[in-house]
Write a protein that binds this ligand. Sequence first.
Ligand SMILES: Cc1cc2nc3c(=O)[nH]c(=O)nc-3n(C[C@H](O)[C@H](O)[C@H](O)COP(=O)(O)O)c2cc1C
Length: 139
Amino acid sequence: MNIEVRYYSKTGNSKKLAMAIGEELEKEALDITNNLDKDVDILFICNAIYWAGIDFNVKKYINENASKIRLLVNISTAGIKKSSYKKMKKLAKKNNIKISDKEFHVPGRFMGMHKNRPNDDDLLALREFVKGVIEDGRD
Ligand SMILES: Cc1cc2nc3c(=O)[nH]c(=O)nc-3n(C[C@H](O)[C@H](O)[C@H](O)COP(=O)(O)O)c2cc1C
C-alpha cells in the first residue's frame, strides 16, 4: 500500500501530529510544498482551522493533487471549532476524492487554551487511529 503523510501547520500542532503518523508508518511526513509524485492509496492530511476555515494553501494542495489520491484521511486540530472534517469533506467531494468517514481530531494549543495539546496521550491515540485505518485499507 502506498501511503503518504502531508501537513500544513502555522504553529506546529499539525506538524506534531504528522510526525507521529510518520513515526508509526516509518514514512517521512512532509509539508504541503511537496506534491504527490505518484498515486497514493491513502493520504493522511494534517491540517487545522484558521479564521473558521481550511487554509488556502491546503485547498490548493488538494485541488492540485486530487487525481493521485485514492483515499483521503483527515487529521485536524483547532482552538475552538470541533474539526475541519466537514470542510475537508466538501473539498474532497468537489474534487471527486474519496474521504474516509473516520477522522482524527484533537484540540490544538491556541492563545492560552489547550496547553500542551496535542499531548502524549493524543499522539498515542493517533497512532492507534492510524493502525485502524491501515487495517481497514487491507480489507
Ligand atoms: C491565525 C490563526 C487563526 C485561527 N483561527 C481559528 C478559528 O477560527 N477557529 C478555531 O477553532 N481555531 C482557530 N485557530 C486555532 C488553531 O486551529 C489551532 O491553534 C491549531 O491547533 C493550529 O494548528 P497548527 O499549529 O498546525 O497551525 C487559529 C490559529 C491561528 C494561528
